[in-house]
Design a binder for this molecule. Sequence first.
Ligand SMILES: [Zn+2]
Length: 283
Amino acid sequence: MSDKTHSKVWDYFTKGPTGEAVCNACAASVSQGSSRQKTRNTTNLWQHLRLRHNEAYVESQRQALHEAQRKAEALTKKTIQPTLEQVIDRNTKWNLNDPRTKELDKLIVEMIATDILPYAVVEGQGFKRVLAVAEHRYPQKSEKYFRTQLMGEVYSQVANRVKQLLSVENAGSSIAFTTDCWSGSTEALMSLTAHFIDKNWERVQVVLNVKAMFGSHTGEYIAETFLNLLKEWDIDTQRVHLVLRDSGANMIKGMRLAEMPGLSLSRTSWLKGVEHRETDTVG
Ligand SMILES: [Zn+2]
């Protein structure tokens, strides 16, 4: 339906039998400007109303203005005016169990793990500033919260995934390992990395542990630590194809006691990229 037949002016006119406009008030026939439907317009009708029935004309203009204002207000309310609930929510800190808090907690702890960041990053001024602007409703946490409350869950998820990778179904019956011990002034660490070819014939390398060592690092202690690590990752000793290690006497002895097929790789041969076997005579 065209706007011409919809026009408010038709509240004051009626269409005559031959399509002409007949004034309701004075029965005058008023031209619509053209005999063709498409080019007809309401200019003459409005003019007739304004000149002959001015009171009705003013009233129709007043109604039109009122209607336009009402529509504009409704649109404003709908698009930009927030509800009271939204206003309050915008200015209130989320509580700890709010799903939005939990979502951000999760993303932050995963960021720490994925980017290998120190927990202290969450207490840094720079991080706090970014977060305060990005989402001031998020209740910021201490590093301890992420370390003690949240990282455990991330660790077990990753560990389960690593166990899947190491399973016989994916890694086959043989896994090779590299291991090394590192001694600092206050602590010592033992690393264990698994190497295998997966079911898609892709070479895979997974760092399984960097284990803190206590007491003196005797061959017995190393053997026990190594076997415990295998157990922790559900790896049967029968699947150990080779353990590549340094040529320290305690390491050689440890692998012998654990009955693991050990092989040394000296630092110089690392550099040359050439491996060389050593006879396990020490220990
Ligand atoms: Zn009239």
